[in-house]
Design a protein around this ligand. Structure first.
Ligand SMILES: [Zn+2]
Ligand SMILES: [Zn+2]
Ligand SMILES: [Zn+2]
Length: 493
């Protein structure tokens, strides 16, 4: 642990409340919470079990056959990576692609022309640790269209930095006056703008817009009060997160979520008993209640649990961790300027902020939604002659301008409340797998081998084809030493 002195005065002022917020929930409340969650997910056959020694685990209460669907888990909180926002326009609440194929393509080329892409990509992959930034999904996916199609050579994808499509064409793709062939087969939901008018968030439906507004965004929106200091601070906060680590955006979402839930509980309570005087005493218990879904997930302070990056010398570990703590404090200070709320003051302590981010560091999973643009170009490539050649007259220049990036999927970070309870095994019996019908950000788990009733359901957090030593090294980043049956077999004697 780092030195006990904290730069944050709230840590001392609210130490009792913070201790209560961070104390582990009772086994009974854990059970109730997860039983409820399993029920609302409508995924029969699962039970979360909790033990003090080994934490949470998910067990099968029925038999699953190989390939059978096990669980679809909506996110508790998630965000699209800032650099990915140039590539994909998705719903800010469910992460479905929105607009149209034309809009997706036109917008991306237009933004690339403005030079947004390269700059942002470089900025977000700074030296601050974030596992999720390092996957090169599109590289793997590109092979799918290059293989077996001699018409689209991979060389066409490589030399495509300069965009030859005139701006007017891009604009007509974006505003819907230019249609591409066969895109009717790839229809996407229309775009709903943020009801707060911020132009940053877009949705697939009014339902998603309203849900996001009620759960997170009404506090974080930069649309209203154009001139206010809070709004400026919010913009500064977002900029800081984009330039350092977008895990801070997730933390801000958790805090706004808790405040909004707190306000809702308070309104309900106020209706129930009209005696206003009693409210103050109840406030803290309401805050605890509002915080409940988060309390189920957190583990450690970010600066204590983050893995030491390979390029940091072990002798510099203390100063590295101090740097991480300072970074979190800087981010928190800006966030406080933007959205501080007296009644929920303990949420703005560095101690709580560190734990929220630590929860993401240890439990977060990649959010991935495949791109319909990729499906579209594959479809065109598979058309019979002469339809294919006709279509390609319009589509080929676009594909060439998009280059390597044409198939980039929506990428982000998410906290999945049930999936995060699944333990790791290097010989897992289940895996995350998106079926064709899974077009949003929810996690989908399927069985990779028959799972018996009563068996623990496990997934692999890493590439399980790696040899023993490499697996253990990667898993150390998740904070544990793997003792799964396979590791026990392969452990050097
Ligand atoms: Zn949506
Ligand atoms: Zn907004
Ligand atoms: Zn193992």
């Amino acid at each position: 642990m780092l030195g006990s002195s904290s730069p944050c005065p709230l840590d001392t002022e609210f130490s009792h409340q913070i201790a209560a917020l961070l104390s582990p929930p009772s086994p009974e409340s854990i059970k109730d919470y997860y039983d409820d969650l399993v029920e609302t997910r409508k995924c029969p056959g699962l039970r979360v079990k909790f033990s003090k020694e080994s934490g949470k685990a998910i067990y099968a209460t029925k038999r699953f056959e190989e390939g059978e669907f096990v669980l679809k888990d909506p996110v508790l909180v998630a965000t699209q990576h800032s650099a990915n926002k140039v590539d994909c326009l998705v719903c800010s609440y469910c992460f479905r692609f929105i607009g149209s194929i034309e809009l997706q393509i036109g917008r991306k080329l237009y933004l690339q022309d403005l030079g947004l892409c390269d700059k942002e990509c470089k900025e977000t992959t700074s030296s601050f640790p974030e596992k999720v930034c390092t996957r090169e999904l599109h590289d793997v996916k590109n092979n799918s269209i290059c293989n077996g199609s001699n018409d689209i050579g991979s060389s066409t994808f490589r030399n495509s930095k300069s965009n030859s499509i005139p701006t007017e064409v891009l604009q007509s793709l974006m505003n819907g006056t230019l249609s591409l062939p066969h895109t009717g087969l790839f229809a996407l939901p229309s775009v709903f703008d943020c009801p707060g008018g911020c132009k940053e968030e877009h949705y697939c439906s009014k339902t998603c817009a309203d849900s996001d507004w009620e759960s997170f965004h009404s506090i974080l929106c930069t649309g209203r009060n154009e001139e206010s200091a809070q709004r400026d601070a919010m913009l500064k906060f977002i900029e800081h997160a984009n330039g350092t680590n977008d895990i801070f955006i997730l933390a801000a979402k958790v805090i706004s979520h808790t405040i909004l839930k707190f306000r809702k509980l308070k309104r309900l309570r106020f209706k129930e008993n009209e005696k206003r005087a009693k409210l103050d005493e109840m406030d803290f218990s309401l805050l605890l209640e509002a915080w409940k879904s988060i309390s189920m997930g957190f583990k450690k302070r970010w600066w204590d649990c983050v893995a030491l990056p390979g390029d940091v010398d072990p002798s510099d570990e203390a100063s590295f961790r101090m740097q991480i703590k300072d970074l979190a404090f800087t981010s928190l200070q800006i966030l406080k300027e933007a959205i501080f709320e007296d009644e929920c003051a303990p949420l703005f302590s560095l101690e709580i902020y560190g734990h929220i981010i630590g929860m993401f560091e240890l439990n977060n999973l990649d959010l991935v939604v495949a791109s319909p643009v990729e499906d579209y170009f594959i479809y065109i490539d598979d058309l019979p002659s002469p339809e294919k050649e006709e279509a390609e007259e319009l589509t080929r220049p676009l594909l060439e301008s998009l280059g390597d990036e044409y198939s980039v999927c929506c990428q982000g970070t998410a906290f999945y409340p049930l999936q995060s309870c699944m333990n790791h095994s290097c010989r897992p019996n289940a895996k995350a797998f998106k079926r064709d019908e899974d077009k949003d950000g929810e996690a989908v788990i399927i069985a990779v081998q028959p799972i018996c009733k009563g068996e623990e359901i496990t997934i692999s957090y890493i590439d399980e084809d790696l040899p023993y030593g490499e697996r253990q090294a990667l898993l150390a980043d998740y904070g544990f030493r793997c003792m799964c049956p396979r590791c026990l077999e392969e452990m050097p004697k």
